[in-house]
Design a protein around this ligand. Structure first.
Ligand SMILES: Cc1cc2nc3c(=O)[nH]c(=O)nc-3n(C[C@H](O)[C@H](O)[C@H](O)COP(=O)(O)OP(=O)(O)OC[C@H]3O[C@@H](n4cnc5c(N)ncnc54)[C@H](O)[C@@H]3O)c2cc1C
Length: 505
């Protein structure tokens, strides 16, 4: 069967649904999804600077967390357009937590200089955002299809003109003038991640196959505090940073504070700083976890603000109110991704990317907490606006299928990537990873893993969430982005791009 639309959006998270809704009134849209991604799991909230808070302060905090690697103009779009997109989400029916006067409650998270994180259901922000967006989607003209994008259709001139869909029982095609990748991050390429299993980097592999460029793939963010459940693979429950925002502190296995004296913001330092400190502490103590101590925080605050975290703790028999809970870092977020301009266009005609799969430069070398739901809302709308104004011309030529294929050894790929391209990396380990991955085929996970390894190998310095123990400092000659593409033989190659190269072309 072949379906036809103006635009096909792949992914039903905050970025995909925002894009589809923004196009619904002007274009025929199909939203293809393999299931829920990270969006409903988001806990802490959405950052938005309004009222007495200045978007410029939000801009500054984002730039600082991004270690100077952000695209300043795109960050400006993020912080300035964010409050309006938040207001529209509320108009769609999203219910955020409010005080007695009806004003939105705002909390503090790591890296933010003031409380600007709005939240819903205490720590169930993503679930509420997702619910409201899906309700709005049901009321719209957008057609939805359940299935996995198993490949892209490409014209003889190189334009992307459709998607191959695998529903599990049949293969079909959707022809479209534009394809928007909104497939989320790469969590499932690592052994342990906070992301659900649907988030496996397919959009990254699809983009590479179509000839698009990736950028900043070495910047993989590890959340400092996933709950240490004893499981070493799969999706781990998150303990939101907002718990530390309310006053909880990290302690080593001897009960000593980990972050005191290490950073001016101590336990609320940017994520990369906290994750590295925990990793170093665990290595020093030969432990597989550290402790998060919220016993000094008022129990009422914890009960009201963190029902999801309390429930996760209860499932492993620990009590956040009365005792320290075990935590350890886990893969969480891809800061880089498919290289796009400010309106989601990749360097392949007809192919767009938005949300976590895209690299717009708003996260730089390290994402600021609660900036990614915001990115989905803001850039989803930007892509929709661009495709409302202009749609690529219909390409009537013959098409070929660029299929994703399958991974023969997914568990080996995850093990290799986790071992050599985790929080701490070095040249010898990355070379070993590249060699091991060479024998693991060309499926989507292997493709994603190779892209991370080749970028991490190329960048011989440390900044943001890329930390090379053999090159532990930021070096000026690496003030450039690493771009990854596939060569003629399908192998990932890198080139350096001046930082300003991420500005709109
Ligand atoms: C536990 C957790 C807590 C978080 N907390 C916060 C927070 O408090 N604030 C914040 O700003 N961010 C938070 N984040 C990050 C944020 O949730 C994500 O970055 C964001 O939701 C990504 O949205 P997205 O739309 O880009 O992708 P996702 O929501 O991940 O959606 C991806 C979609 O793509 C689909 N898909 C993937 N591959 C295919 C394919 N081949 N074919 C068809 N469909 C496909 C998936 O099924 C899914 O529908 C958190 C993330 C996690 C995991």
């Amino acid at each position: 069967m072949t379906r036809v639309a103006d635009v096909v959006v792949i992914g039903s998270g905050v970025a995909g649904v925002s894009t589809a809704l923004g196009l619904a009134a002007t274009r025929q849209v199909i939203l293809l999804s393999a299931g829920d991604g990270s969006t409903p799991w988001a806990q802490g909230g959405i950052s938005a600077a309004y009222g007495e808070d200045d978007p410029l302060d939000h801009w500054h905090d984002t730039e600082v967390a991004g270690a100077g690697f952000c695209d300043p103009r795109n960050v400006r779009a993020l912080v300035e357009e964010g409050p309006q997109r938040l207001a529209e989400l509320i108009a769609h029916g999203a219910r955020f937590d409010r005080d007695d006067t009806g004003s939105l409650l705002r909390t503090l998270e790591g890296g933010h200089s003031r409380p600007r994180i709005v939240h819903a259901g205490g720590d169930a922000t993503g679930a509420e955002v997702h619910r409201a967006l899906l309700d709005a989607l049901r009321r719209s003209s957008v057609r939805t299809v359940t299935g996995r994008a198993a490949g892209l259709l490409q014209s003889e001139t190189g334009s992307v003109v459709g998607v191959l869909v695998d529903t599990g029982t049949e293969l079909s095609q959707i022809e479209a003038r534009a394809v928007v990748l909104a497939t989320g991050g790469i969590g499932n390429a690592y052994l342990a991640s906070t992301n659900p299993a649907t988030v496996r980097g397919d959009g990254i592999a699809l983009a590479l196959r179509a000839g698009a460029s990736l950028v900043d793939m070495e910047f993989v963010q590890f959340h400092p505090t996933a709950l240490h459940t004893g499981e070493t693979s799969g999706q781990l429950p998150l303990v939101t940073e907002a718990v530390r925002g309310e006053g909880a502190v990290l302690r080593d296995v001897h009960g000593r504070r980990i972050m005191a004296g290490r950073h001016p913001r101590a336990d609320l330092a940017p994520r990369d700083v906290v994750a590295r400190a925990i990793e170093a502490t665990m290595r020093r103590d030969g432990s597989d976890h550290v402790w998060l101590d919220a016993t000094e925080v008022a129990p009422d605050v914890l009960r009201k603000r963190f029902p999801t975290v309390l429930a996760s703790c209860a499932r492993i028999g620990v009590d956040l109110l009365s005792e320290q809970i075990p935590v350890a870092p886990a893969e969480h977020f891809l800061c880089g991704g498919v290289r796009t301009d400010r309106n989601g266009a990749t360097d392949v005609p007809g192919l767009y990317a938005v949300g976590e799969v895209a690299a717009t430069g708003v996260h730089g070398a390290n994402r600021l907490a609660s900036n990614s739901l915001l990115e989905g809302l803001v850039f989803g709308r930007r892509v929709a606006t661009a495709l409302t104004l202009d749609l690529p011309a219909k390409d009537l030529g013959r098409t070929r299928e660029l299929t994703l294929g399958d991974d023969r050894q997914p568990e080996r790929i995850r093990t290799t990537l986790s071992r050599y391209a985790g929080i701490r990396r070095d040249g010898a380990g990355l070379n070993a990873a590249a060699e091991e991955l060479d024998s693991m085929g060309t499926g989507p996970l292997a493709t994603v893993a190779r892209a991370v390894v080749v970028a991490a190998t190329a960048r011989q310095d440390s900044r943001g969430c890329h930390w090379r123990s053999d090159h532990p400092h930021a070096a000026e000659r690496w003030d450039e982005h690493i771009v990854v593409r596939l060569d003629q033989e399908g192998r990932p190659t890198t080139r350096q791009l001046p930082t300003a190269g991420l500005l709109p072309r």
